[in-house]
Design a protein around this ligand. Structure first.
Ligand code: BJ8
Length: 427
């Protein structure tokens, strides 16, 4: 990855970034990217697009968003899969994921949040407090949600620094919870209509539903190819594609992923793999991995295994389900959206049997040798749910390894030793 040759400093300054701190952040990413991504051999050519996107991580895409706003559009930041992108897009908005995957400004963060808060929350608060994320600064509105306690309470503090709107997400999926969620979808529409100055219509909503479904269909194709033996793409490349989906221009992204999927299908037909056919095949499940958090995939793959699927929000949970496209009226389309989103199986829900069913099905379909449970430390929902996940996997005869970590590279050696031992055991 070569760094962008365009000078974006005036744009970053106008967004209020701390240029010195931002320079320091941008200096780290190419080094990490080189080590994690560009050191791989025989990558699909279609990954060149993602290398380019990463080289422009705070450049071209941010410029597009600034231009979009100048042309009268809005930019809406989100932190969670439960916020429907279709409604944002239908109202002329661009949706950007704001979860961050690197430690930043923790000393400032720990003045307002307990030290034992998960890295994902500390990181997005650190990026905001440190003024190093142009995506956070370009947003007209940030939409939060009542998922875990940490996020819910952090949004109150984030609300002191940015315009934040919070959706109430139920924690169960009974008929009365579905009814509550449906009203929350209407509240979101009202809020976004007010922010954008536009009205939701059957036309703009149908178009947005189709566009977002097309993105998911492209990612489904890419991931379908990973079922092959040998897997035609590394797990970390596939992870990167989903991470980029959260902020890239949607039609361009869909077209580039479809091109990559064409290439992967050709590689499968030719028996060309990203790793030797006898590499252990692993499924990773747990908490999401935001850019540039590639730590666990990188260690797994440098240890000789290949990740073939992710039961993560930066994986299967993101692209698996489509919104029904047959509705013709706004209320029916919103009903279809409400249903699709509440069908996501996050550990914030109780019970959450659907997640265990998904992991077992994915393990079968992708012919995996073992399961890696990946959790950010202090993530109560996933860490506690891991007991039942592990039990179900063992009953199904699937070996499980549990990794609890954070964003620091400090435990890489220890993780690597544990993964090596796990792979040894799989033999
Ligand atoms: S749908 S996983 S994106 S809530 S890691 S902040 S849960 S303490 S991220 Fe999530 Fe939506 Fe669920 Fe997905 Fe809290 Fe856990 Fe931290 Fe987490």
């Amino acid at each position: 990855m070569t760094a962008s040759t365009t000078d974006y400093r005036a744009m970053w300054q106008s967004l209020g970034l701390n240029l010195e701190a931002h320079d320091a952040l941008l200096a780290v990413i190419p080094v990490l990217y080189q080590d994690v991504y560009l050191s791989q051999s025989d990558r699909p050519e279609g990954m060149a697009y993602f290398d380019f996107v990463m080289s422009e991580i705070h450049g071209l895409r941010v410029k597009e968003l600034v231009d979009h706003k100048a042309a009268g559009g809005t930019v809406v930041g989100t932190f969670c899969l439960y916020v429907p992108e279709e409604i944002i897009r239908a109202l002329g908005g661009q949706c950007v994921g704001l979860c961050a995957g690197a430690e930043w400004a923790y000393s400032e963060v720990e003045r307002i949040l307990p030290q034992n808060t998960c890295a994902l929350i500390k990181s997005f608060m650190g990026f905001k407090l440190g003024k190093v994320c142009p995506y956070a600064e370009v947003c007209d509105l940030v939409v939060g949600e009542t998922t875990c306690d940490g996020k819910k309470k952090a949004y109150e503090l984030l609300g002191e620094l940015a315009p934040v709107y919070v959706m109430e997400l139920p924690q169960m999926k009974r008929p009365e919870d579905r009814a509550l969620w449906r009203t929350e979808i209407d509240r979101l529409v009202a809020k976004l209509e007010e922010t954008s100055g536009q009205r939701l219509t059957a036309d703009n909503l149908a178009r947005a539903i189709k566009e977002v479904n097309d993105k998911r269909r492209a990612l489904q194709r890419l991931n379908e190819a990973r079922k092959a033996l040998p897997a035609p793409i590394s797990g970390k490349d596939a992870l990167l594609a989903v991470q980029v989906a959260f902020y890239d221009d949607l039609p361009r992204f869909t077209s580039m992923v479809n091109k990559l999927a064409d290439e992967l299908e050709a590689r499968v037909a030719a028996g060309q793999g990203a790793a030797p056919a006898n590499s252990p095949r692993l499924l990773v499940t747990g908490t999401p991995m935001a850019i540039p958090n590639w730590k666990v995939h990188d260690i797994i793959e440098k240890t000789g295994a290949v990740v073939v699927t992710e039961e993560l929000c930066t994986g299967y949970r993101y692209y698996a389900k489509l919104v029904d496209e047959t509705a013709t009226t706004v209320p029916d389309m919103l009903e279809a959206i409400a249903e699709r989103y509440l069908d996501i199986n996050c550990a914030c829900f109780t019970p959450n049997e659907g997640r265990i069913d998904d992991i077992l099905r994915l393990a079968r379909e992708y012919n995996v040798d073992g399961i890696v449970q990946y959790h950010l430390q202090f993530c109560g929902p996933y860490q506690i749910e891991s007991t039942r996940v592990e039990r179900a996997m063992r009953e199904a005869g699937l070996p499980v390894l549990r990794l609890d970590t954070d964003y620091s590279p400090g435990d890489a050696g220890q993780l690597s030793t544990r993964i090596e031992a796990f792979l040894e055991m799989l033999k």
